[in-house]
Design a protein around this ligand. Sequence first.
Ligand SMILES: NC(=O)c1ccc[n+]([C@@H]2O[C@H](COP(=O)([O-])OP(=O)(O)OC[C@H]3O[C@@H](n4cnc5c(N)ncnc54)[C@H](O)[C@@H]3O)[C@@H](O)[C@H]2O)c1
Length: 388
Amino acid sequence: MRVLILGIDGYLGWALALRLVRRGHEVVGIDNLYTRKAVAEVGSDSALPILSMQDRIKAVEEAFGARIEFIEGDATNYYLIRKAMDKHRPDAVVHFAEQRSAPYSMIDIEHAKHTVINNLTSTLNVIYAIKELKRDVHVLKMGTLGEYGYPAFRIPEDAFIDAVIQGIRDKIVVPRWAGSWYHWSKVFDSYMLLYANKLWGLTITDFHQGPVYGTRTTDIVSEELFTRFDVDDVWGTVINRFCAEAVINHPLTIYGSGLQKKGFTSLEDTITALAALIENPPEPGEFRTVHHYREIKTLNEMAELIRRVAKQILGYEPEIMHLPNPRVEPEEDLLYEPEKRVLPKLGIYRLTRVMEDEVVMMLKDLKPHADRVKRIEALFRPRVKWRD
Ligand SMILES: NC(=O)c1ccc[n+]([C@@H]2O[C@H](COP(=O)([O-])OP(=O)(O)OC[C@H]3O[C@@H](n4cnc5c(N)ncnc54)[C@H](O)[C@@H]3O)[C@@H](O)[C@H]2O)c1
C-alpha cells in the first residue's frame, strides 16, 4: 500500500513510518517540523537525541534499504495537501499533523487559537482534498479518548448510540466533554469527519487512544532511528515524564491526588494497532470509530510501578511528590472503561509487553542520556494552569 503520513517527524509519525516501510509499504510524509520549534519555545528538547529529517531518511535507507519520501510543508496549506494527494495517490492518509499538547493549548489566547486553527484546518484540508480529487482514500485520524471526558456510562465504541429524543427513538452521536482546548479541537475534528462521511461518503477511521508511553518499537534498532521523546511539563505525557524523572533521581511529580485513571498504551502496541487498521481498512464509505488502550491505571499506581523498576535497574527508589493539579479534571470515583471491539476482532489485542518490562527498557534507553534530562529538570513542575 502507499501511505501518506501527515506529521511524520513526530513521536508516533516517525515510529509508524519505520513500521510501514519494514512491512513493505511505500511511505510519503509531510511535516512542517512544528513540534521541534514549539518544544524549544517552552525551553525544552527531546530527551532522546533525534536526527534531522534528511539524516533520518538516510538512516532508514542504510538500516532497511527503503526510501521514505519527505515533503517539508504545512498541512494547513490546502494546495500542498491536495497536490501531494494528487501526485502520490495514497491508499491511506494518516493524520497526526496537529498541535498535540493540552497544556500548550491552555497557555493563552494565541496558543489556544493556534491549536484550534491548526488542527481543524488540517483536518478540513484532508476532507476537501479527497472530496475534490474524488479519490477512494482511507483517512485514519488520530483522535484521543480524552474527547469523551469521564461520563457516568461505559463509553460505547460506535460513533452513535440509541437514545430517545423528544419521545422518538433515534440515534445520536456519543456525547463528548473535553478537558482542554486541545481536546476540544479533537472533538470538532471528529464531528467534521463524521459530517464529511455522511455528506460525501468518505471512508474514515476515527482512532481514539489514551496516552502513549515508551522509547522504542521493534523497528527502532539503533539510536539513529530514535523517535522524539518529550518529558517536560508542557509536552511530556505522564509515564514518559516519570521515567525521565527517575533516571536523574528527581521526585516523580504527580499532579493532584494521583487517583486520575487513564488508559495507557505502549508505543509498540500503538504502532501495531495503527498498522493493523491501515492494512484492514473499513468498508468504502464507512465511518469506523476505534478505541485503543491496554492498561487502565491510576497515576499513583504508575508512579509506584516506576519506583519499583527504578530500584531494580538504577539501584534507588525516587520519591513521589504530589503537586497541586494545574488542570481542571475529575480525580476520584471514576467509572472508566471505554468499550473496545474493533481491534480485538482484528486479533491484535494482545499486550506485547507488560508495562513493567516496557519501563525497564525505557529506563535503560534514558540512562545514557541522563545529561539531556538534567538540562530540562527545572521543567518538571507545571507552569501552565487551567485556572489562575
Ligand atoms: N502521544 C500521545 O500520547 C497521543 C495520544 C493520543 C493521541 N495523540 C495524537 O496523535 C497525533 C500524533 O501525536 P504525537 O505524540 O506523535 O505528536 P508530535 O507532536 O510528536 O507529532 C505531530 C507531528 O505533526 C507535525 N505537525 C503539526 N502541525 C502540523 C502542520 N500544520 N503541518 C505539518 N505538520 C504538522 C509536528 O511537527 C509533529 O512532527 C496527534 O494528533 C496527537 O494529538 C497522541
